[in-house]
Write a protein that binds this ligand. Structure first.
Ligand SMILES: Nc1nc2c(ncn2[C@@H]2O[C@H](COP(=O)(O)OP(=O)(O)OP(=O)(O)O)[C@@H](O)[C@H]2O)c(=O)[nH]1
Length: 560
């Protein structure tokens, strides 16, 4: 059974506790406890429950790792690592391509560099009108030279993929597998805690001890080191609060949540901690609300989103004094509500539909992380069991095509590109759709140019691509995603407005949340563009982009 990363979504009904519940951080489905019990030593019990959940999850992951090492890897670890080293020939290329990209400052987006499209759009349009006409034939299907197989990629990242039912069964020693822990009677729970205490956690094994020899891989692989630290505990708690079972928790999810929280660290320190300090001073009053307003504006949350948050807080404090925990819980509720509001007019889940052609147009200015995002989504798609293909339709810059190819190679996903420079991107798209149709591709990711000379050219090119897609694959599920660099804050939003007009956007990918204090821009994005955030990126590694969860984002933003 393949874990579908795309469908890993927070369910509001199941997981979102009410404000009051959050204030007491009562774990979900704890309704069997009496009020008195909750009042007395609820927090100690909850901590124990979460701790036991985390321990059980930790043990399960450990066992799965041990199993996958012994079953899937007949060769000793050393030889596996050697393989990884030898298959890593593309890594230096990746570095050099990124170096090329970084030579091109984002500022260059602004200057007008008029370069007419090489082919008159009329020619392409006529092709579209007569779909039976053979497409441009120069476009080549580029099969990656290295041809890293899915299993090689797997070897790179040490996954816990495909825990079969049998594996799951055998990996569990605790009775927690059949019932959620919070549903157990007090006596049973105590017994379990005792048992867990007895089976103290072993020190994490240095699974990737040879990482020094493989620097690039080491960076990614080390993300999967299993360490029972504070970050693990927090991540496990977030998963438990969403109704997950310990046996369902994977090291990848834990790693991602840790990364997300770490990525939002600067935002949290600069913005949220100050808000929490204000809220924690006592019941919210008008002066405190004004202080919060100033902080939000400074953190690029934007005027509209700030007004919304402040109004909501003021409305609430008119009705009742808000003690600190309730105020924080209410703030979380406001933020989650804002982030989820666009979902009333867009699909709540964002996953490619199986056994059909899904086409995702990726747009955004150069440097926003578009190519990287395509590579990461392709990786997720492969791992989640979708047939995936990439169209390198950013023909404006040769390096962009090369970069897509490298990412395709890393994910084992084929790339359709045109060997010529400045060729018609719509022709590449046409050929990519033809290839996708003949190969039963389920997800076609289209890279588009981000740096066009002016707004009109950009709009013309994007709408031309869109026309091709609509005409050639009218049955396909089409999404148009804008990749936005979070570090740009409000400036990024101005760019977004241009793309929103040109590309019929259906969602946003927010990249580079790591290392910026402007994580608050996520709120501005949804408020100003009314577009849902579909993915967030918090690092440069292939595993550092995941589907967006408003619950996890807000928890990470406001975690202590
Ligand atoms: N820290 C961090 N860096 C990122 C993230 N996403 C992308 N990057 C980096 O941002 C730089 C630009 O990313 P690209 O994917 O090349 O951006 P692009 O929009 O495709 O730009 P072009 O290739 O010029 O079209 C690269 O160095 C990426 O590694 C992220 O989530 N976090």
């Amino acid at each position: 059974m393949v874990f579908n990363w795309f469908r890993r979504q927070f369910s509001h009904e199941q997981a979102a506790p009410s404000t009051e519940e959050q204030a007491t951080t009562t774990p979900p489905e704890a309704e069997e406890s009496t009020e008195a019990e909750i009042q007395s030593d609820a927090s100690a019990e909850i901590s124990a429950d979460y701790l036991s959940f985390a321990k059980a999850a930790y043990k399960n992951i450990q066992q799965r790792q041990a199993q996958s090492e012994s079953v899937a890897e007949p060769a000793p670890i050393e030889s596996t690592t050697d393989e990884v080293i030898s298959s890593e020939s593309s890594e230096p290329e990746a570095t050099s391509t990124e170096a090329i990209v970084s030579e091109t400052p984002t500022d260059e987006i602004e200057p007008v560099v008029v370069a007419d499209e090489p082919e008159p759009s009329l020619k392409l349009d006529s092709q579209v009108e007569n779909v039976s006409e053979p497409p441009v034939t120069e476009t080549e299907s580029i099969v990656t030279e290295d041809e890293p197989t899915a299993s090689q990629i797997e070897a790179e990242v040490v996954t816990e993929d495909e825990p079969t039912a049998n594996e799951t069964e055998t990996s569990l020693e605790t009775p927690a597998e059949s019932l959620p822990f919070w549903a157990r009677a007090e006596a049973e729970r105590q017994a379990r805690l005792e048992r867990l205490k007895a089976t103290a956690i072993e020190e994490p094994e240095p699974v990737l001890a040879t990482t020094a020899e493989t620097p690039q891989i080491a960076d990614e692989a080390s993300d999967f080191n299993l360490v029972f630290d504070e970050g693990f505990l927090w991540s496990a708690e977030i998963l438990a609060a969403q109704g997950r079972k310990p046996e369902d928790v994977s090291i990848e999810e834990i790693t991602w949540l840790k990364k997300l929280r770490q990525g939002l660290d600067k935002t949290r320190r600069n913005l949220v901690n100050q808000i929490k300090a204000i809220v924690g001073q006592g019941p919210l009053n008008q002066a405190a609300v004004l202080e919060i307003e100033a902080l939000l504006l400074q953190a690029d949350v934007g005027v509209e989103a700030t007004d919304y948050i402040i109004n909501a807080l003021q409305e609430r404090i008119k009705q009742e004094a808000l003690p600190p925990e309730v105020a924080i819980a209410y703030l979380k509720e406001i933020l989650r509500g804002m982030l989820e509001r666009p979902l009333t007019s867009h699909n709540a889940t964002f996953a490619p539909e199986k056994d059909t052609l899904n086409i995702w147009l990726m747009t955004g200015v150069n440097g926003a992380g578009k190519t990287t995002t395509i590579g990461k989504i392709a990786h997720i798609a492969q791992k989640s069991g979708y047939n995936c293909l990439i169209a390198a339709a950013d023909t404006f810059r040769a390096a962009a095509v090369e970069q897509v190819k490298i990412w395709g190679s890393r994910s084992g996903v084929e790339v359709i590109a045109n060997p010529g420079q400045n060729t018609d991107p719509a022709a590449v798209v046409f050929d990519a759709i033809t290839a996708a149709q003949s190969r039963n591709i389920e997800l076609l990711l289209i890279d588009t140019a981000g740096r066009l000379q002016n707004k009109k050219n950009l709009m013309d090119e994007l709408s031309k691509i869109r026309r091709i897609v609509d005409k050639k694959a009218p049955y396909a599920k089409i999404e148009s995603l804008l990749v936005l660099d979070a570090t740009l804050g409000q400036n990024g939003l101005r760019q977004a407005e241009v793309f929103a007009q040109a590309a019929q956007l259906s969602g946003v990918v927010l990249t580079k949340l790591d290392g910026t204090a402007k994580g608050g821009v996520a709120l501005a994005v949804v408020q100003q563009l009314n577009l849902p955030i579909r993915f967030i990126g918090a690092g440069e590694g292939v595993e550092d982009l995941r589907p967006f969860s408003s619950y996890e984002f807000v928890e990470a933003l406001l975690s202590s």
